[in-house]
Design a protein around this ligand. Structure first.
Ligand code: NAD
Length: 343
């Protein structure tokens, strides 16, 4: 059996805390040695190198932070591929229709980094509203221009935070926002119920009334490019957008236009398309952005959960045992996960 994993290049091999990199590789090499099966385990550190193994790999593993983009073209060439493991949450880097058609199972480590992403999302909201980036820039650059920072800084208290795609992470964000005395509303496809932390509203109202719109849905054909000029221009003037879900849900150029003309006050998050983002990606240089590279779900606590989760998924696969339902995105020719099923 040939297992190919794509993990980011290690920066400091001496740092034993690094789990999700190509030197430690989630400890999978040592882990797989305990099985009797003849297993070849290969680690690559960039997406292009997947092509060298495409025709004879049985399993592919990658994390959403640095995905192996398993598009239909690759899947059609991968005649031996049986399993695609997402070392994290969010399996949109695999063409799920093509995986279903080719009887490839797609699984992920559900819930492994939800707390980390929720904390990061709350941090992004505060960084944007308080104009932290400008205050920090001035402190580094030897400036003391108070009006340039204070005149664009706001309290979070009293604002409406709207969460689009209110699942595990969305609920944790809403819960964590309670002490800030904000009004939290949400829209999700799966239910129209209020929750203990948030009031349900429809999509148009969420867009039109939120001071801060938080995007936390999966990337699917339905959400791909959903937040384009038409939708974003219906937001309140001076509002903010935080996207810790997937970069492609927001139109790359339209958000820049709306930031440049001041309609949207700020945009933050950690997700891009493609990843790694090219040097000239406009989100690197657009005004009022609190972007980071994709690492919100990559705390050391999350990495430890990812390691345990991937080991368990491999254990089940090698021993021909069923995967836990919650981790299954595609199986037996069907998209099983409700978030990824088309309506
Ligand atoms: P989840 O499955 O628990 O929740 C997803 C929610 O989105 C559900 O409530 C679902 O009803 C809703 N949804 C799906 N399609 C929708 C649509 N078209 N319109 C409105 N709502 C829709 O998932 P989760 O664990 O909360 O994660 C959400 C997403 O966050 C993941 O799919 C992933 O893409 C992203 N994520 C990012 C990171 C990161 O590091 N930035 C880490 C984990 C997950």
């Amino acid at each position: 059996m040939k297992i190919v994993a794509l993990f980011p290049e290690a920066t400091n091999e001496a740092n034993s805390n690094q789990l999700l990199d190509d030197s430690h590789a989630l400890d999978l090499k040592a882990y797989l040695e305990k099985y009797d099966e003849d297993i070849e385990f290969i680690v690559v550190n960039n997406d292009q190198d997947i092509d060298q193994h495409i025709e004879d790999m049985d399993v592919v593993i990658s994390a959403p932070f640095l995905p192996a983009y398993m598009d239909a073209k690759r899947i059609n060439k991968a005649s031996k591929l049986k399993l695609a493991i997402t070392a994290g949450v969010g399996s949109d880097h695999v063409d799920l229709e093509a995986a279903s058609a080719n009887d490839i199972t797609v699984v992920e480590v559900t819930g492994c980094n939800t707390i980390s992403v929720a904390e990061h999302t709350v941090m992004d909201i505060l960084i944007l509203l308080r104009n932290y980036e400008e205050g920090h820039r001035q402190s580094r650059d030897g400036e003391w221009n108070l009006s340039a920072v204070g005149n664009n800084a706001y309290e979070l208290q009293g604002k409406q935070v709207g969460i689009f795609g209110y699942g595990q992470i969305g609920e944790l964000v809403a819960q964590r926002l309670q002490p800030f005395n904000v009004e939290v509303k949400h829209y999700r496809r799966s239910s129209q119920e209020d929750t203990p932390y948030s009031i349900y509203t429809d999509f148009d109202d969420l867009v039109a009334t939120s001071d801060v719109l938080v995007i936390l849905s999966p990337l699917t054909p339905e959400t791909d490019d959903l937040f384009n000029y038409d939708v974003l221009s219906r937001m309140k003037k001076g509002s903010y957008v935080v996207n810790t879900a997937r970069g492609k849900i927001v139109n790359k150029d339209d958000i820049v236009k709306l930031l440049e003309d001041g309609h949207i006050q700020g945009y933050g998050g950690d997700v891009w398309y493609p990843q790694p983002a090219p040097d000239d990606h406009p989100w690197r240089t657009m005004p009022l952005n609190a972007m980071t590279i994709h690492y919100s779900g990559m705390t050391l606590e999350s990495q430890a959960r990812i390691e345990q989760g991937v080991k368990k998924l491999l254990h089940n696969f090698i021993n021909n045992e069923a995967f836990g339902d919650k981790d299954v995105i595609v199986a037996s020719g069907d998209i099983r996960n409700n978030s990824y099923k088309s309506k």
